[in-house]
Design a protein around this ligand. Sequence first.
Ligand SMILES: Nc1ncnc2c1ncn2[C@@H]1O[C@H](COP(=O)(O)OP(=O)(O)OP(=O)(O)O)[C@@H](O)[C@H]1O
Ligand SMILES: [Mg+2]
Length: 311
Amino acid sequence: MPLPSYTLGVMEASAYAPEVFARGLPSSPRLRQQSEDTGEPINSVAGVASPLLSLQGIGLSFGGVVALADIDLSVLSGEIRAIIGPNGAGKSSLINVISGVYRPDRGHVRLDGISYAQVPTQRLAHLGVARTFQNLALFKGLSVLDNVASGLAYKVRSNFAGQVLGIGRSRGEQRDSRSRAEQILEFLDLSSVRDHLAGTLPYGLQKRVELARALVAEPRLLLLDEPMAGMTAGEKSEMAAFVRAARDRFATTVVLIEHDVGVVMGLSDRIAVLDYGRKIADATPDEVRNDQRVIDAYLGVASDNEDGAGI
Ligand SMILES: Nc1ncnc2c1ncn2[C@@H]1O[C@H](COP(=O)(O)OP(=O)(O)OP(=O)(O)O)[C@@H](O)[C@H]1O
Ligand SMILES: [Mg+2]
């Protein structure tokens, strides 16, 4: 019996709140290394051969609950990197640290050679990072196309008057966003529902629309928190194929949380396993599958609950 998921709805949805898009974001910020203590920039050296993403010594507690303890993680460019573990192991917390929703108590997130005490979540898209949420965070009353186009709103630079009057650069930008959104919808086989209200779609399709919104900006790093949760076996296979195709087409690096062990083993290049906030294994799918500690902490239980879905 899985534990209830921790609901982060308010905080997570706020990252996609319409007012954030409408306000726009600073263009091309030169992001620099931050001091852990002050959050002020310190010197930065881009590491040419370093991983796209690495976490060093990440610790995070909520009151007495240790969500993450001394986590190191390295994600190489172009790989599909899975994070697995039992309910409450700290997987979503880790994604929330990587995406700047949480500031860790200890440690650093190093993204593309630049180290952060807290990743600037409001500039995530500019950093080339996109994410989906364990609990769907779509604009249910907007069309699928508008939801997906909203993934590009951070790029809109038109001024307020232009937006109100619908003239000049803003109209061109809107056209451009919609045409890119249409391309992604086609890529993910969603064109036939482009004008449907997102909230009226079956759950599995809503999850795919969320993937489309994350992908539309062609992020370098895509964070997926249980993209296949609640799907049928067929939908999971389809989603896994789309994730792989997205990696191949956009050269996107993927960090994926997923409970379906069959999907994870087939899709991932490397798997990190969390248990009670600690990393207990980090290896290839074959090595993880045969790791006794992982079997005891998770795989034995997970395979009991497995619904037989694979890819
Ligand atoms: N905002 C928060 N406030 C208080 N406790 C939190 C918060 N976020 C996470 N936690 C706690 O931190 C621990 C790790 O939670 P997290 O959501 O990261 O686990 P998870 O591995 O994603 O679990 P699941 O598989 O159920 O989604 C849990 O004990 C959870 O209750
Ligand atoms: Mg979670």
